[in-house]
Design a binder for this molecule. Structure first.
Ligand SMILES: Cc1cc2nc3c(=O)[nH]c(=O)nc-3n(C[C@H](O)[C@H](O)[C@H](O)COP(=O)(O)OP(=O)(O)OC[C@H]3O[C@@H](n4cnc5c(N)ncnc54)[C@H](O)[C@@H]3O)c2cc1C
Length: 332
């Protein structure tokens, strides 16, 4: 058996796949076109969702053989906002905050350190040529289906987590404010058709959350933008036959734009298909596609029925004794 595997893309999906393969005795090369990991991100907070499956997401990651060599902060209370109303919902470990970027403690650098310690060969500044047979394509989003615009800032404000939807924010989408350990991230999520209004959405978002932040701190923060790719593909391989993982395969939750769990899961499925000679397509179809179809339906409802969907989501979450379970039901 040829035990050498080449992976294109050193994001979280590629590194997760590399760690699992290395632990199972494979020689692994990761080709990353940039000079380091996490360059698409800005040390901003992102949420590792914990509601689309019953198993805790951190336990799930550990069950793949990946150590938690990155900083994470559980969220157990979330303030949800709708049209000026706010309700605090208790969601024990509803989500784990992780930082994304190139500095110490980020998910990206934590996985890189772990991979390199195990002996994975990461080639930076390197796009593999045709002579390198690529087995796994982990090159991130190639098309944009949803956009994010935000500001990352240093802050002395109290820790707190907020999510808002309503007509004051991007239509059909949402905004968030996450403050923890002196790091703040405020951002708004919207679709391609609304991209021309992105500055306005961000301004409205800062106004909306003004009771919970210090505007001077936000004004001296760093602006960032990004995009994500959601797609339910028919074939989970690229034109050269390499398995597509992470956002290169369109894997993510379309309702909220949460892609990290899918990135790590699809990385695990690609590794499993190599190690155990299982069909990658079957693993993906059996484990990810149903959740993605649900998220696509939910997104459609939010975009077309926003005036009804907002209050419906707000009041059901606000009234629920177990919001995590409620969210979990939505993905069944
Ligand atoms: C602003 C923003 C906020 C987000 N917030 C959340 C959130 O709160 N929760 C959540 O779950 N998800 C969130 N996401 C989505 C999440 O970050 C992605 O789904 C996840 O990072 C996808 O991982 P990946 O490995 O597929 O891609 P990436 O992490 O983008 O990695 C792809 C890597 O491949 C490299 N590459 C590309 N082309 C080549 C090539 N030809 N050769 C070699 N290397 C190449 C790139 O340089 C990059 O390092 C957010 C995304 C953005 C942009």
């Amino acid at each position: 058996m040829d035990k050498k595997i080449n992976i294109m893309g050193g994001g979280i999906s590629g590194l997760a796949c590399a760690i699992i393969l290395r632990k199972n005795g494979y020689k692994v090369n990761v080709y990353e076109k940039k000079n380091y990991v996490g360059t698409r991100f800005n040390d901003d907070w992102q949420g590792l969702e914990n509601w689309s499956e019953k198993i805790d997401v951190l336990k799930q990651i550990e069950s793949y053989g990946i150590d938690l060599t990155f900083d994470y902060e559980p969220i157990s209370e979330l303030n949800i906002h709708y049209s000026g109303k706010m309700k605090t919902i208790k969601v024990k470990n509803g989500c784990y905050l992780v930082r994304r970027g190139s500095s110490k403690g980020c998910l990206d650098t934590g996985l890189l350190e772990q991979a390199e310690k195990l002996g994975v060969n990461v080639h930076f500044g390197s796009k593999p040529g045709k002579e390198v047979p690529i087995k796994v394509n982990a090159t991130g989003p190639k098309k944009a289906t949803a956009f994010v615009k935000g500001i990352k800032f240093k802050t002395n404000s109290e820790s707190g987590y907020h999510m808002a939807f309503g007509k004051e924010i991007a239509t059909g989408f949402y905004s968030y404010l996450l403050i923890k350990n002196g790091h703040g991230t405020i951002a708004t999520v919207f679709n391609r058709k609304l991209a021309h209004d992105s500055e306005e959405f961000l301004r409205s978002t800062v106004d909306y959350f003004s009771d919970f932040l210090d505007r001077t701190e936000v004004a001296s923060g760093k602006k960032f933008g990004g995009y994500g790719h959601f797609e339910i593909k028919k074939d989970f391989h690229d034109e050269n036959g390499a398995m597509l993982i992470g956002e290169a395969g369109g894997f993510q939750d379309y309702l909220w734009g949460f892609g990290m769990r899918y990135a790590i899961q699809s990385g695990n499925f690609a590794a499993r298909s190599i190690i155990e000679s299982e069909s990658y397509d079957d693993l993906i179809k059996g484990n990810l596609i149903r959740k993605m179809e649900h998220s696509e339906r939910n997104r459609f409802i939010f975009e077309t029925l926003a005036p009804l969907a907002y209050p419906c989501a707000y009041y059901s979450l606000a009234a629920s004794k177990n919001p995590l379970k409620l969210l979990n039901i939505v993905y069944k």
